[in-house]
Design a binder for this molecule. Structure first.
Ligand SMILES: NC(=O)c1ccc[n+]([C@@H]2O[C@H](COP(=O)([O-])OP(=O)(O)OC[C@H]3O[C@@H](n4cnc5c(N)ncnc54)[C@H](O)[C@@H]3O)[C@@H](O)[C@H]2O)c1
Length: 341
């Protein structure tokens, strides 16, 4: 690979700009080309980042010698676009949710592995300073053995994604998005549960519901995941809550970690002797690491993993395993069963 990493971006909507900003901050990376089926969106992004604009990714692949492509299109397009990119021997950084289902996700990941290509997924919430610190404390044994965890998100989707947003074209359309809140923010929060627990899931039970009028996807989901180390987690995601909240709660046999993104802090309650001389419960508010914008952090680490030939920070396999839990959650809710993975 040449010293300069030549990047292309497919899809030029909201998240594409976030990827472009991240790449533009790296000296050894050049954004060469961007595409969008709505050519004006590609042109607008290309002007801002001094790249070529294309109305389809096939021409972009034919005419440029790229090292890495960000896929920033809606979920129903991810599989076909990723396979086109991979078959052109180009590394992939794909938006979440990785695909419409785990079968598609596995195809994408297997093809990249067969060709020895790097495949990353944009689960940037792992790199929010609160989550990085919480994982560090968990690994240090600050709360002892993890017993259970809760990952909650609630906000008002109609406020967050107004009718004028381009996302409205696909987000509430089941064929294009693959599902509602579970696919959208649920994929992030399920990935977080896998990261914190550190082993794969054993079984999944879920309930989903649809409450907003005139949308065809679920707007609330509660998923109970039992992991192979007996840790059980609740992933509870809602598009219909007016008091926005993003709490992550980790409960161990010697303490508790509470993360609260809205307050930008975490609190550790522990009787672990490393933190408490007399073994009584202490309340500590640890300083958070300076991470910067989490997409930028993850994209930089992914590019570095390609250059240094290391494991990517979040791999296609992570995207696939999260999708497997999502599939199991839909099946559990629809068939009213506990799904064994
Ligand atoms: N990681 C995150 O936190 C995060 C945040 C926002 C969005 N996303 C994900 O990013 C993806 C895109 O979301 P968005 O908010 O940017 O949506 P968006 O609607 O703003 O942009 C998507 C763009 O893709 C274009 N497009 C559709 N099909 C295409 C194709 N075949 N080829 C090229 N372009 C095509 C559309 O015209 C549109 O401009 C989704 O998978 C979404 O879940 C992730």
């Amino acid at each position: 690979m040449s010293k300069e990493i030549k990047v292309g971006i497919i899809g030029s909507g909201g998240i594409a700009r976030v990827h472009a900003i991240a790449y533009s901050k790296m000296d050894f990376v050049k954004i060469v080309a961007v595409s969008d089926i709505v050519k004006e969106r590609a042109e607008s992004l290309s002007k801002e980042f001094n790249a070529k604009a294309y109305a389809n990714h096939e021409d972009m692949l034919k005419e440029n010698d790229l090292d890495l492509i960000s896929i920033c299109t809606p979920p129903f397009t991810h599989r076909d676009i990723a396979l086109d990119v991979i078959k052109s021997n180009i590394n992939v950084f794909c938006e979440k949710p990785l695909a419409l289902n785990s079968k598609e996700a596995k195809e994408m990941v297997d093809e990249a592995r067969r060709r020895g290509l790097y495949f990353g997924v944009d689960f940037q919430n792992r790199f929010l300073p609160q989550h990085v610190k919480a994982k560090e404390l968990l690994n240090e044994g600050a709360i002892g053995k993890l017993i259970q965890a809760r990952f909650r998100v609630g906000y008002d989707i109609l406020e967050a994604v107004p009718p004028s947003a381009p996302m409205r074209e696909w987000l509430f359309d089941k064929e294009k998005s693959g599902g509602g809140v579970l696919m959208d923010i649920g994929s992030h929060w399920i990935d977080l549960s896998r990261m914190f627990v550190g082993v794969e899931a054993k079984n999944v039970s879920a309930e989903i519901s649809r409450n907003i009028e005139n949308i065809e996807v679920e707007d609330n989901a509660m998923i109970l995941i039992l992991f192979k180390n007996s840790v059980h987690t609740l992933v509870d995601v809602s598009w219909t809550q007016q008091n926005e909240q993003w709490p992550v709660e980790l409960y161990g046999d010697q303490g508790t970690i509470l993360c609260n993104l809205t307050e930008k802090k975490i609190v550790l309650y522990t009787r672990n002797r490393k933190y408490s001389n007399d073994g009584k419960i202490r309340t500590i508010t640890p300083q958070l690491p300076e991470i910067g914008e989490p997409h930028e952090y993850l994209i930089r680490m992914f590019v570095n993993s390609i250059i240094r030939r290391n494991e990517p920070p979040v791999s296609g396999y992570d995207g696939y395993k999260t999708q497997e839990i999502i599939d199991a959650a839909y099946r559990s809710a629809n068939e009213k069963i506990k799904v064994i993975l």
